[in-house]
Write a protein that binds this ligand. Structure first.
Ligand code: CP
Length: 318
């Protein structure tokens, strides 16, 4: 049966098979071109994007699909999310019609939403994504939601699988400083997929910046970064604003930036980040520009992760 929804790791039936299919696609990206003939992918963005936008378009084109992209916030009508609203103020079109209409034009829809980072309950309820899912009548792929970024995580798993030189490498997710409040989505999702992959994962972040227990479960969380980095084979770095004091930005924690000296505690670890990254805030140039950095390969693998998901939505079961 064709994959109908891709919003989290829960939509993955057998991760090993998905990774093998992604590798097969990477070996020859055009081998499934017939699957997308006369099919249209619609990509709806409520937020900015470089990698997700281009890699998902490329994935669809590699499959022979047509692609339409819309920046909903800039080019569309203001969308009403609540049911029963008397729409006599700012919003002009209800999500029911918007999702229903886009479904008339597309065989698969991708949508990106971001959290407001003001109301934790609202963000973690995934209201926008869930409303869109409820009213779309074709398969929907998450291009990142308020709490998860599954296409990024799939590409990250693929990158680790391709790069590792031992069966169970130590993977450290290390919090990083950042001047703005960022979502927890990439980190939540990375943890979710690493647990799904039965990886040897350790998380390190300052006190008060623990991720939700619903995502970390029994993963070790260390507040001492140097201790966590000992013997790491992969260091995945990402900022996230506080879950506990929701949306708060950490100050005075510049020394959490990843440097060459920090990586000297590791097992010659590879450095990972989803991008975009703020140089010399999150990670020092000396790391990002070194052979240890996998960031461009992660970005490259976004295409093959997206292509795997789209191919499964088109009904491929191999
Ligand atoms: N990593 C990622 O999702 O990048 P964009 O926000 O540029 O799509």
């Amino acid at each position: 049966m064709a994959l109908s929804t891709f919003t989290s790791f829960a939509d993955v039936d057998h991760l090993d098979n998905w990774v093998e299919l992604a590798k097969k696609i990477k070996d020859n990206p055009f081998q499934f071109q017939d699957w997308g003939r006369n099919k249209t992918l619609g990509l709806i963005f409520l937020n900015p994007s470089l990698r997700t936008r281009l890699s998902t378009q490329k994935a669809a084109l590699n499959l022979g699909m047509q692609v339409m992209v819309m920046n909903m916030n800039q080019d569309g009508w203001a969308i009403e999310m609540e049911d029963g609203t008397v729409m006599n103020a700012g919003t002009q079109e209800h999500i029911k019609e918007a999702a229903g209409v886009i479904s008339q034009y597309c065989d698969i829809i991708g949508i990106r939403t971001f959290p407001g980072l003001k109301d934790r309950g609202e963000d973690y309820a995934e209201n926008i994504m869930n409303k869109f899912l409820a009213h779309a009548t074709v398969p929907v792929v998450s291009l990142e939601s308020a709490t998860r970024h599954p296409l990024q995580s799939f590409a990250d798993v693929l990158t680790i699988e391709e790069t590792k030189n031992k069966s169970k490498p130590k993977v450290v997710l290390s919090w990083a400083p950042h001047p703005r409040a960022l979502p927890q989505a990439v980190s939540n999702s990375f943890v979710e997929w690493m647990i799904g992959a039965r990886a040897n994962l350790v998380i390190t972040n300052p006190e008060g910046w623990d991720l939700s227990k619903n995502f970390t479960r029994d993963t070790p969380v260390l507040h001492n970064q140097e201790e966590a980095l000992q013997g790491a084979d992969f260091v995945y770095t990402k900022n996230w604003s506080s879950f506990e004091n929701y949306g708060a930005i950490a100050t005075g924690k510049e020394n959490w930036m990843i440097t060459k000296a920090k990586l000297s505690h590791t097992n010659e670890a590879k450095f990972m980040h989803c991008l975009p990254v703020r140089r010399n805030v999150v990670v020092a140039d000396e790391v990002l520009d070194s052979p240890a950095s996998l960031v461009l390969e992660q970005a490259n693998n976004r295409t093959f992760a997206a292509q795997t998901v789209l191919l499964k939505m088109l009904g491929y079961e191999g």
